[in-house]
Design a protein around this ligand. Structure first.
Ligand SMILES: [Cu+2]
Length: 176
């Protein structure tokens, strides 16, 4: 789990806890209090305020998190540590260089498909799913990832692409 993922998970956890407390408080005060006259006008005003609040919160969440999406990052970075890996996906193989990658340094996968859509899914040496990139003909998909542990990683196609789709696999190694 990356640092960003941990920050997001913890933030959502805290936010979720606060929402539960707020709702419980609102339910308790509204049910334990005495009966009051219902002011429809006031309720209507409150409804508008809540609607605006929800819209503001959702838009803020969208803009607060959308920049962490790992897709579409600019290529040809000047980072001297960047390891570029060109991958061609085709029925029914991933064609990629056999040279091992260095652990701890960012890898930029440049993915192309020559025929139909494919899914480039990478698994750790213990076969834990790490990420998946959709690969489409006519477009180069960029995806950056830093492998921290040496070992043999495996690739599987995650998009049904024809009769031998299940045989569409590859491996690559990461060394210290
Ligand atoms: Cu495929």
């Amino acid at each position: 789990m990356g640092r960003t993922a941990i920050i997001i998970a913890v933030s959502y956890g805290i936010l979720g806890g606060l929402v539960v407390l707020l709702v419980a408080g609102a339910v308790l005060t509204s049910t334990l209090g005495g009966r009051r006259q219902i002011d429809a006008k006031k309720l209507g005003e409150r409804e508008k305020t809540w609607f605006a609040t929800v819209v503001v919160v959702l838009v803020a969440l969208l803009f607060g998190t959308i920049f962490f999406t790992p897709y579409g990052r600019g290529s040809s970075s000047s980072d001297p540590n960047l390891q570029v890996v060109d991958v061609t996906a085709q029925q029914f193989a991933f064609v990629m260089p056999g040279a091992p990658l260095k652990a701890g340094k960012p890898v930029e996968f440049r993915l192309r498909a020559t025929d139909v859509n494919h899914g480039f899914a990478v698994f750790s040496p213990k076969h834990v799913f790490l990420f998946q990139v959709q690969v489409m003909p006519g477009r180069t998909q960029l995806y950056r990832y830093t492998f921290h542990r040496p070992g043999t990683y495996s690739v599987e196609c995650f998009e049904y692409c024809g009769l031998d789709h299940d045989a569409m696999k590859a491996t690559f190694t990461v060394t210290r």
